[in-house]
Ligand binder design. Sequence first.
Ligand SMILES: Cc1ncc(COP(=O)(O)O)c(C=O)c1O
Length: 281
Amino acid sequence: MLKYAYLNSKYVKFKNAKVHIEDRGLQFADSIYEVVSFYNQQLIDFEFHIKRLKYSLKELKIKYVVNKDKLKKIFNKLIILNKLKNGIVYLQITRGVQPRDHCYKNNIIPNLIIYTINKKFNFPDKNFKGEKAITYRDLRWKRRDIKTVSLLANVLAKREAVRKNAYEAILIDKDKITEATASNVWIVKNNKLITHPANTDILKGITRESVKKIIKINKLQLDEKSFTIKQLYNADEVFITSSTNLVTPIIKIDTKIINKGKIGDISLQLATLYANCFINE
Ligand SMILES: Cc1ncc(COP(=O)(O)O)c(C=O)c1O
């Protein structure tokens, strides 16, 4: 089947969607991105992703002017053109192309790349899956709040997880859990939820924010504070959140089995409430 991408101002055949070898995204990871999920062709949390996209652009002074309505139209058109029902829209903006130099020029023109990927989500139904994770040293830079494509440390950690038959790698920075390679991490202890505060040490996940709202509405207790590997191992429940994982329980970390290897009640409750936000729309 013919697949399409959107490159700068045009819809192009996926196999012809190419950027220049001196694109700064390729050479310096001088580039930001967003991943927006869609279910039944409806975009999930679109407005919040746009807000974070603007934040990443502003923090890196990439001169791309976001037109929310235009982007929404492109996203929706690609979903239709590529005949997808459930999946993700991947958007990347690079600073642009110029002769290789660490210092970027002021008049550089950003490159906009958008395409879609088919995806089956982990829904809280009869097939709801709890996953295994490993722990791994957090080797990333100090501005993890910006959604840049500088993901090499995440790539190495994820590769190690997969090598060990695990699904995710939970990252540890000086004995504290920050987040995972592509998701935020939560623990439950004595019915109380704990997740790392949204500062420059983690990416402020859009799903994290949506789940926070659900927690508040349902009067569950949440502490936004960092926690140790010991707390992680001794948690009653552990789960991760992200646009692609929604709320996914973690039932084993390294050799430690969490909640007797079963999906916990609070993880299931939050997964269900979050999924209901878009399944029943
Ligand atoms: C490092 C990291 N943390 C957290 C998240 C979760 O963010 P979101 O819920 O916006 O998908 C992601 C998503 O890719 C990520 O890469």
